[in-house]
Design a protein around this ligand. Structure first.
Ligand code: APR
Ligand code: PHB
Length: 394
């Protein structure tokens, strides 16, 4: 088989890139290790920046998002038993975010891909890129016990943190940066009305908590838990009690509890691989970088990489501008590091790092008080939360 762009991974990065390339008449094939149902069973983030919303519109995958997604013009930071409103719209000259689950984005992208008849090979095993430093890279994989070959012009590594793409780059050609946090997030999904119209990020002496949502009748809540915690040790009752204990009293009083329909623990990590390209391989999304979820940046950063790669590819195929492609990594990394910074800042100031660190806690409180009591401080938070602008390529 032959294609122009071979895409490894059918997560949101691979699917969005595939759809945008397809619309530009650029042929692409996606190779995915798992089944489509498995990909859709993963519950992930839920906040889309304006830039990602616009990109989904450009991909013509916006119908259900517009019907079911919830535009949010602000969110709240809770600390010291009080709440501060971050007026995203007012502070950023009209920008906002869209609350719409990653699972739904993925489902919409899968359906769109199927309807245009583009090829996705699910349950492709042992996917392996070759000859990435030549003009004729190719990928081998196994499907139903047979070894297959996909020839291409370029390879997009959209296969997440554990994928094969980043590992295909020789060690002396890549440098990685990492910070692992000593805690995770225990999240539950429940068919209960959200406690507030807006998301609430809470700093509390017992640990961080987040109130989020998927719809007017479905809530998503998280509490920070120590590293190594087991989900089996958290009954629904224990979760709700802990969540209530970490929220301001007036919010806790309003909380509607109910049975969980999903419960899982996610670790927190900051990670960046540089550069994000090697020969004709381009790393996109989680394959190149991870952020802790506190700034809601993971999915959005994947979308901004897709935006950059897709526009560069369009210039290659429509204008013959093969020279520009060398800029991919540099353009992406400028934005990646700023999102890493914001996610690290939110994580550092909202979580409990250890017992008895009174100095650290006072500094966190001062930091939150300082940023939220001035328009300049709030604007900094707001402009990062709605997403920094995408860089123009010329
Ligand atoms: N071969 C083929 N496919 C692979 C391989 C492999 N060796 N390794 C991983 N994959 C697939 C995974 O099964 C998954 O479907 O690549 C896909 C990667 O998807 P994600 O991990 O979702 O990564 P990405 O598409 O970059 O999405 C961005 O942002 O909010 C964050 O982590 C969140 O998933 C989200 C991400
Ligand atoms: C979520 O709804 O899952 C969510 C929202 C905001 C975050 C992280 C996760 O910062």
């Amino acid at each position: 088989m032959k294609t122009q762009v071979a895409i490894i991974g059918a997560g949101p990065s691979g699917l969005l890139l595939g759809q945008l390339l397809h619309r530009q008449g650029i042929d692409n094939v996606i190779l995915e290790r798992r089944s489509g149902e498995y990909v859709l069973s993963r519950i992930r983030a839920g906040v889309l920046e304006q830039g990602m919303v616009d990109l989904l519109r450009e991909a013509r995958v916006d119908k259900r998002m517009d019907e079911e997604g919830m535009p949010h013009d602000g969110f709240e930071l809770a600390f010291d038993n009080r709440r501060v409103h971050v007026d995203l719209k007012g502070l950023t000259g009209g920008k906002s975010v869209m609350v719409y689950g990653q699972t739904e984005v993925t489902r919409d992208l899968m359906e769109a891909r199927e309807s245009v008849g583009a090829t996705t090979i699910y349950e492709a095993e042992n996917v392996q890129p070759h000859d990435l430093e030549t003009e004729h890279p190719y990928i081998t994989y196994e499907k139903d016990g047979e070894t297959c070959r996909l020839d291409c012009d370029y390879v997009a590594g959209c296969d997440g943190y554990h994928g094969v793409s980043r590992r295909s780059i020789p060690e002396d050609r890549i440098k990685t940066f990492e910070r692992v946090y000593p805690f995770g997030w225990l999240g539950i999904l429940s068919d209960t009305p959200p406690v507030s119209d807006e998301l609430i990020y809470a700093n509390h002496e017992r640990g961080f908590a987040l109130c989020s949502m998927r719809s007017k009748t479905r809530s998503r809540y998280y509490v920070q838990v120590p590293e190594g915690e087991k989900v089996e040790d958290w009954s629904d009752e224990r979760f709700w009690d802990e969540l209530k204990a970490r929220l301001p009293d007036d919010v806790a009083d309003q909380l509607v509890t109910g049975p969980s329909i999903e419960k899982s623990i996610a670790p927190l990590r900051s990670f960046v691989a540089e550069p994000m390209q090697y020969g004709r391989l381009f790393l996109v999304g989680d394959a190149a970088h991870i952020v802790p979820p506190t700034g809601a940046k993971g999915l959005n950063l994947a979308a901004s990489d897709v935006n950059t790669l897709y526009r560069l590819m369009a210039k290659v195929y429509q204008e013959g501008r093969t020279d520009l492609i060398a800029r991919y990594s540099e353009v992406c990394l400028r934005r990646v590091w700023k999102a890493e910074r914001f996610s690290w800042w939110m994580t550092t100031n909202l979580h409990k790092f250890s017992d008895g660190e009174d100095f650290e806690r006072r500094i966190q409180q001062a930091e939150l008080d300082y940023y939220t009591s001035s328009r300049a401080g709030l604007t900094t938070i707001a402009e990062n939360y709605v997403g920094l602008p995408y860089e123009s390529l010329e």
